[in-house]
Write a protein that binds this ligand. Structure first.
Ligand code: 1DF
Ligand code: MN
Length: 361
């Protein structure tokens, strides 16, 4: 199947160059980093001005570690040009859906966050024009200023042709269950574009037990924080208020599909017993929202048993391929997903047509 046997250097070493398939491979959670924003991150790491240990752990590592992994990741994530396209060609990726890496502009004060967000959206739109057919992108917005964020999303979608917005999870410890953020959801629903909620390091109140054990990052801390974020979006009633809204979560929904029986059982039980003021009745079961308002991508989790389970419990049309380039640039995982035991039509949906539909590509 993969006739071209040239060697390609992925993150963990040499693998086989991957050829074209009968479907387009669209990778839907692919990170880039604007250099101006990286420079601002490094200032914040040096001065420790944020007092945010997970942020300092993350960008202290990628910004200063001499390890081959961090040096290669930083070089790749800053590129929207030749190196990225060459990596896509080598790993069989036809299209990357780009999103600005975590924590985006969510660590800056609102005026600076707004101006960097719109500059980054202009920059990524420019890269899309320079490489026709190879990129699409989500808009970066600054949730700390919800009204401006909603307007920037509209500008990015209508004027720049971007396909929705990314929010890099909590904004200085605040989650999207807070109704002050809901103008963003209202705008997304009105524009008929999805909001991708991507992980970030755990907020200050949550970080200590993760960081002291080295588990704050993509190994698990991201999923705990972002899975909690998904659950709180559901339990706060966002989808009762905005029933057509669609959100996207990576890393197989940050584990939440695995929790379906307990989420449904315990949510109903605790609402019935009125244990918490914050847990009010919802129109549907927790799992209904997972199936009707949430798409999940396979970023970092391209492992057949887990992918097949999620397809079974959420539906084939709810699970989309993602690589998580450059953080998990493993071309062998494309080979594994090419071999998923599903029909040709379902494989095309997984890699291509689900993404075309959800993101309007
Ligand atoms: C890492 C992974 C970093 C992901 C990320 O953003 C990130 C990592 C700073 O491995 O350090 O988005 N990820 O999506 O898994
Ligand atoms: Mn990612």
């Amino acid at each position: 199947m993969h006739a071209d046997l040239l060697k390609v250097q992925g993150e963990s070493g040499v693998t086989t160059k991957i050829g074209k398939a009968a479907y387009k491979r669209i990778a839907t959670e692919e990170a880039w980093l604007m250099k101006d924003i990286f420079d601002r991150y490094m200032k914040l790491v040096e001065t420790k001005a944020l007092k945010d240990p997970a942020f300092e752990s993350l960008w202290g590592y990628y910004g200063t570690s001499p390890s081959p992994r961090s040096v290669a990741t930083l070089r790749r994530i800053l590129s929207l040009g030749d190196e990225r396209i060459a990596d896509m060609d080598a790993s069989g990726i036809d299209v990357q859906l780009l999103m600005h890496t975590a924590p985006g502009v969510q660590v800056f004060d609102a005026p600076e966050a707004n101006s960097l967000a719109s500059a980054s959206n202009d920059m990524v739109a420019d890269a899309i024009r320079k490489h026709p057919g190879r990129y699409a992108a989500l808009a970066m917005i600054a949730p700390q200023d919800p009204q401006t964020a909603a307007k920037e999303m509209e500008r990015a979608v209508k004027k720049l042709g971007l396909k929705g917005a990314v929010i890099n999870s909590h904004t200085r410890g605040e989650f999207l269950n807070d109704q002050k953020f809901w103008p963003i959801f209202e705008a997304a629903e009105a524009l008929d574009v999805p909001v991708y909620v991507h992980p970030s390091g755990p907020p200050v109140d949550m970080a200590k037990p993760f960081i002291e054990r080295g588990l704050d990052g993509a190994i698990y801390g991201f999923a705990v924080e972002c899975g909690l974020h998904l659950l709180t979006i559901i339990t706060s009633g966002v989808f009762d208020r905005f029933p057509k809204l669609q959100v996207v979560f990576g890393h197989l929904g940050e584990g939440m599909p695995f929790w379906i029986p307990r989420l449904d059982y315990m949510h109903a039980a605790q609402v019935r017993s009125k244990r918490y003021e914050a847990l009010q009745p919802l129109k549907k079961k927790v799992s209904d929202y997972l199936r009707e308002n949430v798409y999940i991508t396979t970023s970092g989790m391209n492992w057949e048993p887990a992918v097949m389970y999620c397809r079974q419990v959420l539906g084939n049309d709810r699970v989309l391929y993602a690589m998580d380039y450059p953080y998990q640039f493993e071309p062998d995982e494309v080979v594994a997903m090419d071999a998923l035991p599903v029909s040709a039509d379902e494989k095309k949906a997984f890699y291509q047509t689900n993404a075309e539909k959800v993101f309007g590509l």
